[in-house]
Design a binder for this molecule. Structure first.
Ligand code: AHG
Ligand code: MN
Ligand code: MN
Length: 334
């Protein structure tokens, strides 16, 4: 197969996709460099001092892992210097990340989860980086929070890097979904999965069933559907869950399946689930819709949700269209 790099793929679609302007290609290449640096640390995590915790707690109330912090600092350092951004937001930072005055400002906004699946870092299970890119809505002046809190349907690009048996990059600019695999011998991401399409009905369901007691009856009915032989497929789905959204999502994207992270009811308080709208649900929703799949919060399309704050959480049901429609049908019953 001819070896097509990400840059060639973008330039190849330069005409088709207004997005793939030279500036956008440079933005993606800066992101790729950051991912290569993160991938190098991930692949030797056991040998250098990046395992374990930093001792801090982040805005999510989670203990920060050293590799979380490393990935976050690499992304902020590189992307601040790209000259293409007017602001950033990271899962690890409470507030917007400004672009220092001594760096050139641009028109793009980058929102990211620097390291997704952190609980897996110390046990060598796949982790990833998720990114979401918007254009600012004002022509100039200091960027406002409203410009960052745009609906997912306004994203101009989104995707993720997966640090696993190989390092992969999967992204969309609204012209389908393309997957690239890093060839470490040349340091380039080469096109390995052109025009990814998710099967319309899957055979895998991914959920942390340990929370069964926290769920309401409708959610239990949803999960029971995928486990039962009375579903339309007349065979139970396989349960696959590794606690790393980006890995569970990627497997289901390629094989077909559904990832579920419902709201739950802890200490009689109704939560909105754990996953973040801006840096997890929206970017993966853009990818899955471009691959022919679907992403909802149980009722509404994820990419139609008007964000109210940077770290807003949202229930997430994402994957094969017919499986997500089944979830919507069950939750929608009177
Ligand atoms: P992060 O490491 O960025 O905080 O994300 C972890 C998320 C997601 O990757 C995964 O699907 C989910 O947390 C697992 O949550 P549970 O441990 O509650 O199942
Ligand atoms: Mn995450
Ligand atoms: Mn994270």
């Amino acid at each position: 197969m001819p070896q097509v790099t990400v840059t060639e793929q973008l330039l190849l679609h330069q005409k088709a996709s207004p997005m793939a302007t030279g500036r956008f290609t440079r933005l993606l290449n800066e992101l790729i460099l950051a991912a290569k640096i993160i991938s190098r640390e991930v692949n030797k995590a056991g040998l250098v001092n990046v395992l374990g915790f930093t001792g801090e707690t982040n805005v999510q109330g989670e203990k920060v892992k050293k590799l979380d912090e490393f990935a976050n600092s690499v992304l902020i350092y590189r992307m601040q210097r790209s000259g293409l951004l007017c602001a950033m937001s990271s899962e690890e930072n409470a507030d917007l990340i400004e672009i220092p005055d001594n760096f050139q400002q641009g028109d793009y906004i980058l929102i990211f989860d620097p390291l997704d699946g952190s609980s897996n870092i110390d046990v060598n299970v796949n982790i990833g980086t998720i990114f979401s890119i918007f254009r600012r809505t004002r022509a100039n002046g200091p960027v406002t929070l409203e410009e960052v809190l745009q609906k997912g349907s306004e994203q101009v690009a989104a995707g993720y890097f997966l640090y696993g048996s190989s390092t992969m990059m999967v992204y969309t600019t609204g012209e389908g979904v393309h997957g690239f695999t890093l060839d470490p011998s040349v340091g380039e991401f080469l096109l390995s999965h052109p025009d990814i399409k998710i099967p319309q009905t899957g055979k895998i369901y991914s959920i942390n069933e340990g929370y069964w007691d926290y769920w309401d009856d409708r959610t239990r009915e949803v999960v029971s559907y995928f486990k039962s032989t009375s579903n339309e497929r007349r065979k139970p789905y396989s349960s696959r869950y590794i606690g790393s959204l980006v890995s569970d999502f990627h497997r289901n994207l390629i094989y077909g399946g559904i990832f579920l992270y419902p709201r739950d009811y802890r200490d009689s308080k109704r939560t909105t689930g754990k996953l973040r709208l801006l840096c997890e649900a929206n970017p993966l929703a853009f990818v899955v819709e471009q691959a022919g799949g679907m992403a909802i919060d149980g009722e509404n399309r994820i990419m139609d949700i008007e964000p109210l704050e940077l770290h807003q959480r949202v229930p997430l049901f994402i994957g094969s269209k017919n499986d997500v429609l089944k979830v919507k049908e069950i939750y929608g019953k009177p």
